[in-house]
Design a protein around this ligand. Structure first.
Ligand SMILES: NC(=O)c1ccc[n+]([C@@H]2O[C@H](COP(=O)([O-])OP(=O)(O)OC[C@H]3O[C@@H](n4cnc5c(N)ncnc54)[C@H](OP(=O)(O)O)[C@@H]3O)[C@@H](O)[C@H]2O)c1
Length: 262
């Protein structure tokens, strides 16, 4: 029976680049997101270019019932998922209490609950079968608090800590767990989060999604626990450990506020 890598948020950005990098390595894929037409054309293109089987499925992962449906279909369809990539995520910015609660809830449903649920369902199947691999996408934001993006930063701290814990729990059961912590990456993420980062677009501070994906698949092959693409981002993830927390949150707040659109 063929085995598939399930990638959430594979219709754009980092998820799309990961899909291409994995297809290039001969992996069969199951792509999940909401833009059905985009998924369909990505699936056609990857099949043609790399000769792999690419399935796709519409799913709004911020809707718990859709996540249940996806898990049920996977169990009944007997698709063998040996790599789960929890990549789909959104950001919000601005003073938390002034934001629309619906959007903040959507962030938590998607970034935290859908990720945790898929790890529980698919990770459980992998553990029972004695093998598999999970990659959760956090962020360098997960290493520190982020005023004016408090909910997003906290969601990524959850993904980071949860993934590290899960790695230890699942290692004796043959399941490898890694967490990807990208720094600023040239995708549609910033527009969706209402962040104005025009000045950073051409700078070396931003990697392309393809650069992130290439470093990630190489690190996955080596079963790295925490994957931080780009040396600048590795420094950025380490620095908060050297300074007192009050200073870290104060500085982070000043920087993020400059990018958050009023
Ligand atoms: N870009 C950065 O600088 C950066 C840095 C660190 C971490 N990250 C993380 O990287 C991950 C990917 O983000 P990206 O930068 O590649 O952004 P992106 O280009 O906006 O991609 C987001 C993906 O998530 C999917 N998605 C959004 N809401 C969804 C929902 N309700 N249900 C299912 N899929 C949904 C989108 O597909 P549909 O619209 O088709 O549903 C899209 O494929 C996120 O977890 C993000 O937090 C990004």
């Amino acid at each position: 029976m063929p085995r598939y890598a399930l990638i959430t948020g594979a219709s754009s950005g980092i998820g799309l680049a990961l899909a291409e990098a994995l297809a290039r390595r001969g992996r069969h894929l199951l792509l999940v997101a909401r833009q059905r037409d985009v998924l369909e054309s990505v699936a056609c293109e990857l099949t043609q270019r790399f000769g792999v089987e690419v399935l796709f499925r519409y799913c709004d992962l911020a809707e718990p019932l859709h996540v249940s449906g996806l898990l049920m279909d996977l169990e009944q369809g007997e698709l063998d998922i040996d790599l789960l990539v929890n990549n789909a995520g959104i950001g919000t910015s601005g003073a938390y209490v002034d934001q629309d609660w619906g959007r903040e809830q959507e962030l938590l449903e998607l970034n935290v609950l859908a990720m945790a649920r898929l790890c529980h369902g698919i990770g459980g199947l992998m553990a029972r079968q004695g093998g598999g691999q999970i990659l959760n996408v956090a962020s360098v934001a997960g290493f520190q608090p982020g005023p004016w993006m408090s909910n997003y930063y906290a969601s990524k701290a959850y993904v980071l800590n949860f993934s590290e814990g899960l790695r230890e729990e699942l290692r004796p059961r043959g399941v490898k767990v890694s967490v990807l912590c990208p720094g600023p990456t040239r995708t549609a993420f910033f527009r969706g989060a209402h962040l104005e980062v025009g000045g950073l677009e051409g700078s070396k501070l931003m990697l392309s999604p393809e650069e992130v994906a290439l470093e990630t698949v190489r690190a996955l092959e080596k079963d790295r626990a925490i994957i931080i693409p780009g040396w600048r981002n590795r420094v950025a993830a380490f620095l908060p450990r050297l300074a007192p927390r009050w200073l870290v949150r104060r500085l982070a707040g000043r920087i993020i506020r400059r990018f958050a659109q009023p």
